[in-house]
Design a binder for this molecule. Structure first.
Ligand code: BGC
Length: 917
């Protein structure tokens, strides 16, 4: 056996060598992605962008060339025949954003691909393992089915009462397959949300398909490969259809039905037979419908499920649906159906309760240990008709009952009615709640700890960052940031998951996006959302404050720091992922916004057109004048526009926007900045934006920074900024020579601070600095979420300055790294890793005695600059030798309190004397 394996591997090696006909590289290619996704199905992008990651055992490795093969079958690919695209050997170090350049791709087309690379010496790697993608239905005329459902009554708008929506509907049809199947793919969408079933079970664990867009502008569809499930003979295809974003309660509006009230469903199952023929099964008037156990299903209100009404076996071919009715057929929507090229929403984690208690007889409260978004799986044993009611809450009242007042009009209640006869397990499918506590009433007997399991629901964006340090408080802060990101990245970036709101607030998203990128790979997520932002743009160019726009949403848009997401989001996706396409796609839209702002503000001070003008939302004791915020953001937008124009080769426009930046900057200085560096309003956020957005003359920057620090000191070393200043505070302090003040703010435990909620038990980021205080208890119930990520935007500083992992904007997409750990505060060690689009970046440092040690790792095909804090003249070693003489290291002149080195790709181990505190 062993002998044959050895012979086999020798043979494989020999063949590979023969194929390449060249010297083999030790570099390896892996991690293939297409449109940021791994082996996606049903792409809508006609020229998808490919990416890969390189790994090499040696320092200074660079890709000098690459070759991509895309084939229409695995067999052809195995023979190295790229019948769809053979890029040939292309010179260069590009490993991401490589646009498919082969023959045009048809609807449903399968593409199998692999890539090989040449290293810096011109030696070739073996081909990567193969990956694949498939195309969706690219033309609206590809859809041949009818939209089906059950006619329902329009919502009751006679009074401001939240009457339940229609019962979810079960839809089914059978079809016969007569020949052996080669491939079966199903495309499906809805006005509503749906679960698709085939031959006895759901086709996937995706939730809330087709997810959220402005249904008046576009509707997404999902694609699933069901080859393994379709059988020769009788098959059954079905769906359960409920309200979701389309027709359920959205935000605080009194009536449901934001985009429409009549749910409907469309699917198309395409079967390719082994003999080369094809057959398509679609929704049409032969389908049948029924109502089932779900009596109500709504995101905010929850589900009511009567298990006695289950339609057992309904999704199997043997089922008798004689009692079901023919479906109602609806007009197709007049908007495009588009592929959902994003990781689906699904259950991403399971959580066991930490404690259970009984505040009142028969009322059981489970503490899930953390505040998250999702549902619970209920386990129960009782009589038919027993009714268990589950209510969800983020916090407890002093008497240990659940505190639900802050949910406003979200009923957030699930009801389960037992069928009896043994153990029953149930989990809701068409709702989610934001909660740490679950209250059970009506539970037959006494529930044990395993009666409830928490199911965390979010868009399944891959985890990108890990961060751990010697401070348990900072670790808790980081965990809370990540948790609030999960809880609010449910199809679109939302403000909160619990109350009657849950909207795509753009201010929150733009403040947090850079932090979001450190935690998860959100490239596809924000690429999709940017389309929502463009869809929500007003005809006069004004960006909205909420995206997607929804039915009865009022308001035009324009708020500073909210509408600017239209510029900040493409910029950040470009910066972090090296993505230029997002700039090109939305360029005209961004220009329309810039024109809109200028039109109303010809003297370069943004006095007009500021929409709802939220200001430095939720500031504490330091209200920044709104005109200052708006003018500062305008300048920032102009600067980013100029940078983005440069990135995509729009030189004229780059110049134009840089000039606009200078004009706004000059107006800002004239209006708000005194000769001695005071920024009008004298607020932290005013100084922060002026400094971060580079709005002051260079000569006044140190003075303004000192005034900022004075302000912080006058507040006894506390921050006072709201959403708009909180992101900049620690980066600005660090950049301008006050890292010690940044550390002090970070580790302050008294109100207002990042640690104050943690001291008070927070497991998520709160909406307000004072969501709960010892003195006053809960804040106003009108607006008091305990799961809002905005104030967690300090996360990017934890990565960039505490771990020391950042990008150099000169090579977007982490092609070039900025490694600048800044030991400080109480922290003695950090271990961090960030999976960049170029591969993992590692920074582990520790201070032991007088010595700072740093292990850093830069992925192959990148380079970086390291700033190592150490005393002047100190000896720096790398792997035990003089660092300056080490391979891949180039010593540069010292800057400030750091020794500076340029590093080639690879792993390094530095040691130097630590700076004295
Ligand atoms: C939301 C915020 C949002 C704000 C606008 C609130 O209701 O929860 O996060 O950005 O309104 O100021």
């Amino acid at each position: 056996m062993a002998k044959s394996i050895t012979l086999l591997s020798l043979l494989v090696l020999a063949l590979t060598l023969a194929c390449s006909g060249q010297k083999q590289s030790a570099m390896r290619v892996s991690g293939l992605t297409c449109e940021y996704l791994s082996a996606p199905l049903g792409l809508g992008e006609p020229q998808p962008r490919l990416g890969w990651v390189l790994d090499s055992p040696r320092r200074g490795e660079v890709q000098s060339a690459y070759r991509v093969l895309v084939a229409s079958s695995p067999d052809l690919l195995a023979k190295d025949q790229g019948d769809l695209w053979d890029s040939g050997k292309l010179l260069g170090n590009r490993t991401c954003q490589v646009a498919y350049g082969g023959s045009p791709l048809a609807s449903g087309q399968q593409c199998f691909w692999k890539v090989c690379a040449w290293d810096r010496d011109g030696a070739q790697t073996p081909f990567s393992e193969s990956s694949s993608w498939s195309m969706g239905l690219l033309d609206q005329s590809d859809w041949s089915g009818k939209w089906i459902g059950q006619v329902s009554e329009p919502p009751d708008t006679s009074a401001e009462k939240r009457t339940p929506g229609p019962k979810p509907v079960w839809l089914r049809a059978e079809f016969n397959v007569e020949k052996p199947v080669k491939r079966a793919v199903v495309y499906a969408t809805a006005r509503g949300v749906f679960d698709l079933h085939l031959n006895g079970s759901r086709v996937s664990d995706d939730m809330f398909a087709p997810e959220w867009t402005d249904f008046n502008k576009r509707i997404q569809y999902r694609t699933w490969d069901v080859t393994a499930r379709v059988v020769q003979g009788a098959n059954a295809l079905g769906a359960v259809l409920a309200d979701g974003w389309y027709s359920g309660f959205l935000a605080w509006q009194p009536w449901r039905g934001s985009y429409g009230y009549q749910n409907s469903f469309l699917t198309q199952l395409v079967i390719e037979f082994q003999d080369g023929s094809k057959q398509t099964f679609v929704t049409d008037d032969t389908w049948r419908m029924n109502n089932g156990p779900l009596l109500e299903a709504d995101f905010q209100m929850g589900e009511v499920y009567d298990a006695r009404l289950e339609l057992s076996g309904w999704d199997s071919p043997a089922y008798d649906d004689a009692a079901w009715k023919p479906v109602d057929v609806f007009e197709a929507p007049g908007v495009p159906l588009v592929a959902l090229d994003v990781q689906p929403v699904r259950v991403t984690q399971e959580i066991q309760p930490k404690a259970i208690f009984q505040p009142k007889p028969g009322v059981y409260v489970f503490d899930m240990g953390t505040n998250f978004a999702g549902v619970v799986r209920l386990k129960v044993n009782g009589q038919a008709g027993d009714k268990v009611v589950l209510r969800y809450a983020e916090r407890l009242n002093p008497d240990s009952t659940v505190y639900t007042e802050n949910l406003r009009r979200a009923r957030a209640t699930d009801t389960y009615i037992l069928k009896g006869g043994g153990e029953e397990i149930w989990e809701p499918r068409f709702t989610f709640h934001g909660f740490q506590y679950v209250e059970l009433t009506g539970y037959p007997g006494q529930p044990s700890m395993d009666a409830v399991t928490g199911l965390v629901i979010n868009s399944d964006t891959p985890v990108a960052g890990s961060f751990e340090c010697s401070s348990p408080m900072i670790n808790q802060l980081m965990a809370n940031i990540v948790r609030s990101q999960r809880a609010n990245f449910i199809s679109v970036p939302t403000d909160c998951p619990q109350r009657d709101e849950r909207l795509g607030w753009m201010g929150d998203a733009q403040i947090f996006i850079r932090t979001a990128t450190t935690n998860m790979d959100v490239a596809a997520f924000f690429t999709k959302w940017m389309q929502d932002v463009e869809d929500a743009q007003a005809p006069d160019g004004c960006y909205s404050e909420i995206s997607p726009r929804y039915g009865r949403m009022q308001g035009h848009g324009g708020a500073a720091g909210w509408s600017d997401a239209g510029i900040v989001v493409p910029w950040t996706v470009h910066l972090v992922y090296g993505d230029n396409r997002i700039i090109e796609r939305h360029w005209d839209s961004m220009v329309r916004w810039m024109d809109y702002v200028l039109r109303d503000n010809p003297d370069f001070v943004r006095r007009n057109g500021r929409g709802s003008d939220y200001g430095d939302w939720l500031w504490i004791g330091d209200d920044t004048p709104k005109e200052i915020l708006a003018t500062a953001y305008w300048a920032y937008d102009a600067h980013l526009m100029s940078k983005m124009a440069e990135a995509v080769g729009r030189e004229e426009e780059a110049k134009k926007y840089e000039e606009l930046f200078e004009s706004v900057r000059a107006a800002f200085q004239k209006e708000y900045v005194s000769a001695d560096g005071h920024v009008a309003g004298e607020t932290q956020t005013g100084y922060l934006l002026a400094l971060y957005f580079d709005l002051l003359p260079d000569s006044l920057r140190p003075k303004a920074a000192a005034l900022l620090v004075e302000n912080i000191k006058a507040k006894d070393w506390h921050l006072s900024s709201g959403f708009l200043g909180v992101r900049q505070i620690n980066p600005v302090l660090t950049m301008l020579g006050y890292p010690d003040v940044a550390w002090r703010l970070l580790e302050t435990e008294t109100f207002p601070s990042w640690f104050y909620p943690i001291v008070n038990g927070a497991t998520s980021i709160w909406e307000r600095w004072d969501g709960w205080t010892k003195e006053k208890g809960f804040q106003d119930v009108g607006m008091n979420s305990f799961n809002h990520y905005s104030l967690g935007s300090v996360g990017e500083w934890l990565y960039a300055s505490v771990a020391g992992i950042d990008l150099d904007p000169s090579e977007p997409g982490f092609g070039r790294l900025l490694l600048r750990p800044r030991p400080g505060g109480s922290v003695t060690w950090v271990k961090a890793e960030y999976k960049s689009i170029h591969g993992p970046v590692v920074s582990d440092w520790k201070v032991e005695g007088d010595t700072l040690s740093l292990e850093v790792s830069l992925p192959a095909n990148t380079s970086g600059r390291l700033y190592l804090p150490c005393p002047e003249g100190a000896a720096v070693t790398e792997s035990g030798k003089d660092a300056a003489a080490s391979e891949g290291v180039k010593a540069l002149p010292r800057e400030g309190d750091c020794a500076v080195f340029d590093l080639a790709a690879g792993s390094y181990s530095f040691k130097c004397p630590a700076l004295k505190k």
